[in-house]
Design a protein around this ligand. Structure first.
Ligand SMILES: Nc1ncnc2c1ncn2[C@@H]1O[C@H](COP(=O)(O)OP(=O)(O)OP(=O)(O)O)[C@@H](O)[C@H]1O
Length: 601
């Protein structure tokens, strides 16, 4: 009942940790060697005590054996010789122990490192949108916390195996001394172990609760730090503080509970072994083993306390880590997770068109289709403007073009070949997205621009910045291109951030440029400078733009009008104006109402 779940858990843990094949046998072998050396040292107490003249009235069966073995050692050197051998065995045991500690730590670090890498790889290669699932803080907890816990679990599993081996070695040595006393001791210890198990059976649940509560805590931290300005602006510091303290306190209480469970076996096993030793001294009077052998037996039993305690503690600690181990295991389980099909074709520059053929798409968490039976063509070298009310499916089209996800039905082809046949990264290298939401890394301006092409030199970075009309303001900054931009580029204005993002795109040199033209947060002058740079750059490229400005719509080669996930109109601006359909109604309505004409907002 106790052993089966433990066995399953160990198997799962070993499989997940995937330590090098040599690690387990080496660590367990070294642990076993240390146990044998320690046991042998304790066994030497028999001849040592005998050599001191403590011969029992009943000599016991080990006395003649040791007398025979040590017959060649002159009697007056015997004690010194035995002390020397004892010291040597202790020295060797500690050397082996030290090597074992090093190997265990090395494997610990290696396993945690590999798991972190796997979790990170999975995070960036699957097509799960962690922003939607609200799981970004969970990933951080998994990477920063739980991967370490798995390696800790592996060390514990090894300790468990070593303790089992040590236990067996010590019990064998005890059996050599007295079968009866050993049997009695084992029965006693078994009851002790069952009592401890009963007292600590909640370790498993507590460990799982710790993982969940840690994630809640991570989420609170993540949200509060991301929303610092909002918290201050709404003067909600007290509310946030109390939410934060509550989650932190829950974690603290739960960890305390886990620590107490973990600490239970220590005193229980120590007290039970002390009681047992007392009982054995009384029992030994009727046993025919001699004082020296009894002393060795009791020493072995006393030393057995360590492995027994560790055995129980490792089991409880493993139960406590079960939640973290399951978390990493679930995270890395690839089945049932969305991964995009990987093709092998390298994506060449677009020559004719990208075509959507009867494409429908539903988000995992979406109730209805975000796109329904959409067919459209995006010609190479031309500008296609997508317009439509909020929620019509414009951004979903952009995301499908990028292959952040694949259509639920229908297909998308580039020059006649389905997108899924292209090597994903080579396809994405052909595209670049510019939107109002600019992400900059907390690094220098040069590094942020160079993200478009990591091999670009200083001259190319400067040239891209000049085309993006960013060079002038960058040179005025105290450290020029080496200025650090702060978290999310916070040291720069919105317009400056956009021009850095444009420079990055220019350096990337995509042949399909996707634009989400939400520029209304910029002041008129900044917007004009940015727009000028963008228009120059977009000339003669394949551009797909979610259009908000009338000038963009009028300058486009083709307009696609969307509503409720469907294409309701498509054609050149002139055709659509003439047709007097949805587009001209939408345009007429908004044109009449605002000085700064916006199509979609
Ligand atoms: N990650 C998501 N999960 C579930 N549903 C989503 C998700 N993203 C968008 N949707 C839904 O899909 C539909 C289309 O959304 P989409 O963002 O493509 O519209 P849009 O035309 O770009 O809107 P807007 O102009 O307001 O940005 C909407 O009904 C939206 O609620």
């Amino acid at each position: 009942m106790l052993v089966v779940p433990l066995f399953t858990r160990l198997r799962r843990l070993l499989h997940l940790a995937a330590a090098p094949a040599w690690a387990g046998p080496t660590i367990v072998g070294l642990g076993l060697a240390a146990a044998v050396l320690e046991g042998a040292g304790l066994f030497l107490f028999i001849p040592l005590i005998q050599s001191l003249g403590a011969l029992a009235p009943q000599p016991g069966r080990w006395q003649p054996i040791f007398s025979q073995l040590l017959a060649s050692i002159p009697e007056h050197y015997l004690t010194a010789f035995l002390v020397g051998v004892l010291c040597l065995s202790i020295l060797l045991k500690n050397a082996v122990h030290l090597i074992n500690t090093w190997v265990t730590r090395y494997i610990d670090g290696l396993v945690a490192h590999r798991l972190r890498a796997s979790v990170f790889d999975q995070t960036i290669s699957s097509c799960i949108d962690y922003r939607v699932e609200n799981k970004r803080s969970d990933i951080i907890t998994t990477i920063a916390n739980n991967t370490w816990k798995v390696s800790q679990g592996l060390s514990l599993a090894y300790r468990l195996m070593i303790c089992c081996c040590t236990f067996v070695v010590f019990v064998l040595l005890m059996l050599l001394i007295s079968v009866r006393l050993t049997f009695f001791s084992m029965m006693f210890l078994l009851f002790g172990a069952l009592a401890i198990r009963l007292a600590t059976r909640r370790a498993d649940e507590t460990g799982k609760a710790v993982v969940e509560e840690n994630k809640q805590f991570g989420l609170r931290m993540w949200e509060s730090i991301n929303a610092l300005q909002l918290i201050r602006a709404f003067a909600q510091e007290d509310y946030e503080r109390s939410r934060f303290l509550q989650t932190s306190d829950t974690v603290r209480r739960r960890l305390l509970k886990l620590d107490m469970l973990w600490a239970t076996p220590g005193p229980v096993s120590e007290i039970s072994i002390t009681v047992l030793i007392g009982a054995l001294v009384l029992l030994a009077q009727s046993a025919d083993i001699g004082i020296a052998a009894l002393a060795a037996f009791l020493s072995l039993l006393y030393r057995l306390q360590g492995p027994t305690r560790e055995l129980m503690q490792s089991k409880i600690a493993l139960d406590g880590l079960a939640g973290s181990i399951d978390d990493v295991d679930d995270f890395l389980r690839r089945t049932e997770k969305p991964f995009l099909a990987q093709g092998i074709l390298p994506a060449a520059p677009l020559r004719k068109a990208v075509e959507f053929r009867s494409v429908s798409f539903r988000y995992d968490s979406g109730e209805r289709l975000a796109l329904q039976d959409v067919s459209l063509s995006i010609p190479a070298g031309k500008t296609t403007a997508i317009v439509g009310e909020s929620g019509a499916g414009k951004s979903t089209i952009m995301a499908l073009l990028f292959r952040f996800m694949d259509p639920t039905s229908g297909e998308i082809l580039a020059d006649g070949a389905p997108l899924s046949e292209f090597d994903l990264r080579s396809w994405r290298r052909r595209l670049s997205l510019m939107s109002q939401e600019v992400h900059l890394f907390n690094d220098t301006i040069a590094a942020n621009i160079a993200y478009g092409d990591l091999e670009a030199g200083d001259a190319e970075i400067r040239q891209a910045a000049q085309i993006a009309k960013a060079d002038d303001f960058i040179r005025l900054l105290p450290d020029g291109y080496e200025t650090r931009v702060g978290d999310q580029g916070m040291r720069l204005s919105g317009g400056q951030r956009q021009r850095i993002a444009l420079a990055r795109t220019i350096l990337r040199n995509p042949d399909i440029l996707l634009l989400d033209e939400a520029t209304n947060a910029l002041d008129v002058e900044t917007e004009q400078a940015f727009q000028l740079a963008l228009d120059e750059y977009s000339h003669n490229r394949t551009v797909v733009v979610i259009a908000h400005r009338l000038s963009t719509v009028e300058a486009a080669d083709q307009i696609i009008v969307m509503a409720k996930g469907r294409v309701i109109e498509a054609g050149s601006p002139d055709e659509l104006f003439e047709r007097q359909g949805h587009f001209s109604r939408l345009h007429g309505f908004q044109h009449g109402g605002a000085a700064r004409v916006e199509i979609n907002r």
